[in-house]
Design a protein around this ligand. Sequence first.
Ligand SMILES: Nc1ncnc2c1ncn2[C@@H]1O[C@H](COP(=O)(O)OP(=O)(O)OP(=O)(O)O)[C@@H](O)[C@H]1O
Ligand SMILES: [Mg+2]
Length: 271
Amino acid sequence: MNMRENATETTPDMRENSLRDAIREEMRRGGVSQPRLARESGISVPRINQWLSGKYKGDNAAIEKALQSWLRSALESREQAASGCIPAAPDWMPTLTANKILLALKYAHKLADITVIYGGAGLGKTLTAQRYQEDNPNVWIATMTPSVISVTACLERVAYAVGVNHVPAGGAQAEQAIVSRVSGSGGLIVVDEAQHLPVTCLDALRSLYDASGVGLAIMGNESVYTQLTGGSRKAHFAQLFSRIGRRERLTSPTAGDIDALLKPLDPAYII
Ligand SMILES: Nc1ncnc2c1ncn2[C@@H]1O[C@H](COP(=O)(O)OP(=O)(O)OP(=O)(O)O)[C@@H](O)[C@H]1O
Ligand SMILES: [Mg+2]
């Protein structure tokens, strides 16, 4: 094979990388969270996580096939939306609520502190965290699900998110692997959908925070905060609660949020 052929040949690595970029871009544009991508593509969140970071050791071809098909259908929906059949959801917009979330993330990141961002569904927590991740190095998002009921499962999910290649079995080993990976990075671990976590897992995250020295943002619905404060059992939760540097409670969308989101859709706004 000559040099010229070599230069134009598409290797499996190049193909995977461009698919990775295309998937990331589509997730960003469509505000698609990893759990939603998992639901729609049939691939589990940890696998998607590993594949996106180029660390998946299993059947990459199968994942590529499923994600290519998901991407095709997402692009088709976008084309239909653009042609006026379905109104398109706007890209991330700097609404008042989104800016509150950004500030809280930045606070935890820059001061290596703990923030809890909590509030109702659809207020833009996930989308804004993804946006913050795109704009900043060393920001990792670990998404929890109802199946994460043990400390080991929770730490394994964080380990995948931070790009630990082979997550060792057992909570203590996973914790050690995460600490080695993130210490000194000046990074931020975002734990999304944290309402699924039992208190033992939240405490394990607190301990991970103490050991790693990076920022920690815990995001989820209202019940996350109740879990962290322990409700009426406050004394028992003092250690966990005392670590929280900043709480950001999000309420229903503000009028400014709605204005900002409608602006690109409403013809009255088009000059
Ligand atoms: N700042 C924003 N700019 C553009 N779209 C937004 C914004 N905030 C929310 N949205 C829209 O709302 C949808 C839901 O946002 P997102 O999934 O981030 O909410 P959430 O707070 O994480 O909700 P949940 O608690 O259900 O996880 C997005 O897919 C997007 O269409
Ligand atoms: Mg979310």
